[in-house]
Design a protein around this ligand. Structure first.
Ligand SMILES: Cc1cc2nc3c(=O)[nH]c(=O)nc-3n(C[C@H](O)[C@H](O)[C@H](O)COP(=O)(O)O)c2cc1C
Length: 175
């Protein structure tokens, strides 16, 4: 049994990224794993101040939800990172969250990582988001096990009835 943490960065609750997360969860739970979806927009996550206090103390000076999220990420076996594409890359919510990884950046390796990337463009338009997230999470010492491309989806819910649903479900099932 594996512990799965999903960080979902879209502000649209039950939007395309969220729907694919739930489909991943459906597969992963069916295979006997435990999952926790963390909707980042519902959390209090401030911007990194670049004060580097965390390099001395191991803790961030900001008192918000990020410490708890980092603990959950550290305790997970499988990490799912879901983001809509905004101006060709991950959205600001996700980047803000990743910047806040700083206090624990040397302790965030060893996870199997799946990426869920949505956008109204075709694959080539979402590629940069995938490349950047791969580079970031590999650099932290993780392995990218799969990317689920929610391509050609714009309106909320458009991802239903696309092949990405099946891909998300099977990725979850196969972790
Ligand atoms: C500010 C903004 C910028 C966007 N930029 C892009 C883009 O560069 N490429 C793209 O394919 N889609 C872009 N989109 C569309 C979203 O990625 C798309 O609607 C996606 O399905 C949203 O996922 P969600 O339902 O999980 O929020 C943009 C949307 C917003 C709000």
């Amino acid at each position: 049994m594996k512990r799965v943490v999903l960080l979902s960065a879209s502000p649209r609750k039950n939007g395309n990224s969220d729907i694919l997360c739930h489909e991943f969860i459906r597969g992963a739970e069916e295979a006997g794993n435990t999952c926790e979806l963390i909707p980042l927009y519902e959390k209090k996550i401030g911007f990194c101040r670049a004060c580097y206090a965390c390099f001395k103390t191991g803790r961030c000076v900001l008192n918000d939800d990020m410490a708890e999220i980092l603990e959950k990420v550290q305790d997970s076996d499988v990490l799912v990172i879901a983001t809509p594409t905004y101006f060709l890359t991950m959205n600001g919510m996700l980047k803000t969250t990743i910047d806040r990884f700083l206090p624990k950046w040397q302790e965030l390796g060893g996870h199997d990582v799946y990426l869920i990337i949505t956008g109204h463009d075709s694959r080539s338009g979402l590629k940069l988001a995938g490349d950047e997230l791969r580079a970031i999470f590999e650099n932290l010492g993780n392995q990218i096990k799969g990317i689920i491309w929610g391509e050609n989806v714009w309106q909320k819910g458009e991802v239903l009835n696309t092949k990405a649903m099946d891909e998300a479900y099977h990725a979850g099932l196969g972790i």
